[in-house]
Write a protein that binds this ligand. Structure first.
Ligand code: TYM
Length: 333
């Protein structure tokens, strides 16, 4: 089986964007691939975090992974900081990448602006070297595919560049990964400002569907979602971003194409659209939330994470040794 790896940063609560862009697809892939999924807590601390909130978000995402259907018997689901080798390989890859290429990362450009505003005076260095740690996460396990939303594609492409560079310069230590972006290039947009992506770090909670939102809250958020004044249900992200976003959410959750969704709403109005989206969201999220409640305080999650980390550590240790050998990071060999 080919390997596949992905992660979510616990810098906030898990959103519908995270689920549709990454986790839902992982659940569908886990029989066919050797799947690794982790909680990227080392990435979370690239922006200032309150430690209690970080812990809570970490615990929440862990329980949600399993509640969404990741199966601890099939997939390796772990906490990034439990596998120390990630940081070590991340350091090594820092030395193999350039300030120029890291400066071109659009996420860095966006986040550094926001973080600067928040911290008033500084941009953490970790925010800049974030992608090299992400490259370490991926290259550590010889992953062939990296299922991510389109917003993370650039980071996976940088990972490829770094891997190819190291392989050429030293020896073939890394497998070259590929981003796995869904066919319809899923990018779930902010409900209040559909020109930007739905992001867990957004300051307007009305704009985001969280995986743990109660049905009433979901209904209210969808009802208040920005559309346009045409009252015409048509998929056109450029001119009708709000409506198109709702259509996309519906189509993915129903496992139908956008064309089929469009047909479904022929002759209908925005109220129908919103009612349908609300209904399918509640249908999908309620059972996940029920499982989540059962898992959140059970010892099972902790045990599953620990078992997976033990397995991941063994592999990471081997890979790191290989890389260290390739670079001459040992006294005698
Ligand atoms: P993060 O936590 O921002 O997002 C987790 C996953 O959700 C996807 N995603 C979205 N997809 C569609 N629409 C949206 N609005 C939306 N928002 C987020 C993201 O594309 C991602 O797949 N750097 C990563 C975490 C990471 C990682 C890795 C991922 C660290 N190391 C190695 C893959 C492989 C991040 O912060 O994702």
């Amino acid at each position: 089986k080919e390997k596949m790896i992905t992660g979510i940063t616990p810098s906030g609560e898990m959103t519908l964007g995270n689920y549709l862009g990454a986790i839902k697809r992982c659940v569908e892939f886990q029989d066919e691939y050797d799947l690794y999924v982790f909680i990227a807590n080392l990435h979370a601390i690239t922006i200032p975090q309150n430690k209690e909130i970080l812990r809570k978000n970490t615990k929440e995402i862990a329980a949600l992974y399993f509640a969404c259907g990741l199966d601890p018997q099939k997939s390796t689901v772990f906490l990034q900081s439990d596998v120390l080798e990630h940081a070590q390989l991340g350091w090594i890859l820092n030395t193999q990448s350039s300030i120029g290429e890291l400066s071109r990362m659009t996420q860095f450009k966006d986040k550094s602006q926001k973080t600067k505003a928040k911290t008033k005076d500084y941009i953490p260095a970790g925010l800049f070297t974030y992608p090299t740690l992400m490259a370490a996460d991926i290259l550590m396990y010889d992953a062939k595919y990296v299922p991510v939303g389109i917003d993370q594609k650039q980071h996976v492409e940088l990972t490829r560049d770094i891997a190819i560079r190291v392989n050429n310069k030293y020896s073939e230590v890394f497998k070259i990964p590929e981003p796995l972006i869904s066919e319809n290039k899923i990018k779930i947009m902010d409900l209040q400002d559909p020109s930007k992506k739905m992001s867990k770090s957004s300051t307007n909670p009305k704009a985001i569907i969280y995986m743990l939102d109660p049905p009433k809250v979901i209904a209210a958020k969808i009802k208040a979602a920005i559309t346009d004044s045409e009252n015409l249900i048509k998929y056109d992200p450029k001119h009708k971003p709000g409506v198109s976003n709702l259509m996309m959410i519906y189509a993915i959750l129903k496992n139908i194409t956008i064309k089929q969704a469009e047909k479904h709403w022929t002759g209908k109005n925005y109220k129908d659209l919103k009612d349908d989206v609300t209904e399918v969201l509640i249908q999908t999220l309620e059972p996940i939330q029920t499982r989540y409640q059962q898992l959140y305080n059970s010892k099972d999650v902790e045990q599953w994470l620990e078992q997976a980390a033990t397995k991941a550590r063994l592999e990471a240790h081997k890979k790191l040794n290989k890389v260290q050998n390739a670079l001459g990071l040992n006294y005698n060999r």
